[in-house]
Design a protein around this ligand. Structure first.
Ligand SMILES: N[C@@H](CCC(=O)N[C@@H](CS)C(=O)NCC(=O)O)C(=O)O
Length: 218
């Protein structure tokens, strides 16, 4: 059955799914869909108009958390949600933490204000960005402790927890905020390790080019 992913490459939620698709070698087509000015038909696939969404034969699904789990259950491949119910629960918790605690600050505030707003004729809300940058450290402290000196959040096994957290950190980096390796050495080396995986490194050059174009850094 042919699989179509709808989304834009700078969305951390779309990136989560693109990384999973690459990790699990799942054939698919990416159809560009921006998170604004969506055509009417798109709301039938994604009722809230958000990206990512997928079409898999007759089935349509929205939300990266839902899509990731569905792909794991239908396509299998490398286990992205651990091997036991306890591991799966830990991965889902950390995925939620990344998507719903880090995401509103890192992506919806810092990245959108610094990278996207100026392009769409808006103004960067510096006060909101500063507030978000003050709130992020305590969230990083938690992740730093959860990771400890392990390779990945599940130990040796790469999972959706690593993907979701690093996907947010990549948007922060696109917005000019690199994670401080002295304050959060474990998190910083996780990001380096994850970025070096071919499933991620193959995506980043196009993202960097687009960010450079959007921010006028070229
Ligand atoms: N929980 C959702 C969040 C998706 C999301 O917020 N996507 C943003 C782009 S990064 C979007 O589509 N925003 C447009 C909107 O909210 O109308 C997921 O994991 O897929």
């Amino acid at each position: 059955m042919s699989l179509t992913l709808y989304g834009a490459i700078l969305s951390p939620y779309v990136r989560k799914i693109r990384i999973q698709l690459a990790e699990q070698s799942i054939p698919h087509e990416l159809v560009e869909q921006a998170p604004f000015n969506q055509p009417d038909w798109y709301f039938e696939i994604s009722p809230l108009g958000r990206i990512p969404a997928i079409r898999d034969g007759d089935l349509t699904l929205a939300d990266s958390g839902v899509i990731g789990q569905y792909l794991q259950e239908t396509r299998g491949g490398a286990p992205m949600y651990g091997q036991t119910p306890a591991e799966a629960a830990r991965v889902r918790w950390l995925e939620k933490y990344a998507d719903y605690e880090i995401g509103p600050l890192a992506t919806h505030t810092v990245f959108i204000n610094r990278v996207l707003k100026p392009v769409t004729g808006g103004q960067c809300d510096d006060v909101a960005v500063d507030r978000a940058l003050q709130e992020l450290p305590k969230l990083f402290d938690y992740l730093e402790a959860q990771l400890g000196d392990r390779h990945f959040f599940l130990g040796e096994q790469f999972s959706m927890a690593d993907i979701a957290v690093c996907s947010q950190l990549i948007n922060l980096a696109h917005a000019g905020e690199l994670i401080d390796e002295l304050a959060w050495p474990n998190l910083s080396s996780l990001l380096s390790r994850v970025s070096a995986r071919s499933s991620v490194s193959s995506l980043l050059p196009a993202e960097h080019q687009l960010v450079a174009r959007l921010t006028g850094r070229v």
